[in-house]
Write a protein that binds this ligand. Structure first.
Ligand code: UDP
Length: 384
């Protein structure tokens, strides 16, 4: 019998995303593999999503990422409107065997509240689990609602009530990992890259300061709040500073951005992003938070670029110190490690990616978890 999964991607970005978009990238990677395995996928997303699926459920014409800038009540209205569409669909039809949900907080809360007539749910936790103590600390999804993490370290820090619903973790993957071990080497430039949204947890301020102190070229790529291009941020004026990531950028990062040694290039996408990462001496992750899953970490390995990072969150699970990257507990030491990263083998990084982080491997594991959720098996699956 064909398994039909409602994949709830949420209203924020189309799938695949136009540039930045960790969760949407994961869904765009997972769905084709699931369909290859015979799973029917109904995608709950926005109308502009172009990912081939069996059916779509949409409320909004296009990604509402820009609305995240609005006041709390308006942001809530967007996610609630999307979830209402999902609930309406679930009430109206009986062919959905499982909901695979990726919508922070409101997805889990709404689907858990639907009660015993709703299909089983697997909610993937893409976030820092310290964020919603009341929701996670009091979760009761019965046997019907299960969660999975994106790393073991993330789940280890989860509140007990959330952990009781866990069926294990699945590492993130990227299409770039497919045959990464057979790709021709790329010539390395003299730059280091930090790929990710500009945010205190991602630590671009620290990276930029170290670049100035240790004397390496640094490219910062990623959005600042909802602004994808430097000219859009400049045009937005002072009002943009209401966004905390914009304030962080202006106050903590921009003083080091001199357009030469340290550059902010905005969001990069597609080939441009891959070339920027593949030609970098190292990808730097000067983390100040417990990185839950690290899509950009896995992408960097796939592109043959060693990772230099603070040893936080999932980093020690994904990176082998001295082989695929260099990790440290000491922020100040990161600058020295960046200079030492040239001694690591790009081919070793690509081999690791091809072995551990392919879409096929991720999809296989999710199919196993779907089975566990549907049959009510509670014990977490041991790591693959
Ligand atoms: N990304 C991108 N262009 C950018 C910055 C980021 O395409 O300029 C992508 C990056 O390749 C990754 C995702 O956005 O796929 C970020 O996901 P990650 O898990 O690293 O970070 P988070 O979800 O915490 O923002």
């Amino acid at each position: 019998m064909t398994l039909t999964v409602l994949m709830n991607a949420g209203p924020w970005l189309s799938v695949p995303p136009p540039g930045y978009g960790g969760i949407e990238n994961v869904i765009a990677t997972l769905v084709p593999e699931l369909r290859r395995l015979g799973v029917r996928v109904v995608l709950a997303s926005v109308e502009s999503s172009t990912l081939p699926v069996d059916e779509k459920i949409t409320v909004f014409p296009d990604g509402q990422f820009h609305a995240l800038q609005r006041p709390y009540n308006q942001v809530c209205g967007v996610s609630q409107a999307h979830l209402s569409g999902v609930v309406r669909a679930l009430h109206a039809r009986d062919d959905i065997d499982l909901v695979h949900d990726h919508v922070e907080a409101v997805g889990l809360a709404t689907l858990a509240a639907m009660g015993p007539d709703a299909p089983p749910v697997l909610h993937t936790l893409h976030w820092d689990l310290a964020k919603h103590p009341e929701l996670y600390g009091n979760l009761d999804g019965g046997d019907r609602v299960r969660v999975n993490g994106v790393s073991a370290s993330q789940l280890a820090r989860a509140p007990q009530a959330l952990r009781a619903h866990s069926v294990g973790h699945v590492h993130l993957s990227t299409p770039l990992a497919v045959d990464a071990d057979r790709h021709a080497p790329v010539a390395k430039g003299d730059h280091v890259v930090i790929l990710g949204r500009i945010n205190p947890g991602k630590g671009q301020d620290l990276g930029a300061r170290l670049a100035q102190e240790a004397g390496f070229r640094l490219v910062l790529a990623g959005p600042v709040g909802p602004y994808h291009r430097p000219e859009d941020l400049a045009a937005a004026g002072d009002e943009a500073r209401q966004n905390p990531d914009v304030r962080f950028f202006y106050e903590q990062v921009a003083p080091y951005v001199d357009g030469d040694r340290v550059r902010w290039v905005g969001t990069v996408a597609g080939r441009e992003r891959d070339d920027l990462v593949a030609s970098a001496r190292a990808s730097l992750f000067p983390l100040r938070w417990e990185e839950p899953g690290g899509t950009a970490v896995v992408e960097s390995l796939s592109l043959g670029t060693p990772v230099v990072a603070t040893a936080r969150g999932c980093l020690p699970e994904l990176i082998e110190h001295g082989r695929t990257g260099l990790l440290t507990g000491d922020e100040q030491e990161l600058g020295d490690l960046v200079l030492a990263a040239g001694g690591l083998e790009p081919a070793e990084c690509r081999r690791e990616a091809a072995r551990r982080f392919t879409p096929a491997r991720m999809a296989q594991r999710y199919v196993e978890l779907y089975d566990r959720v549907r049959t009510g098996a509670a014990k977490p699956l041991q790591p693959a």
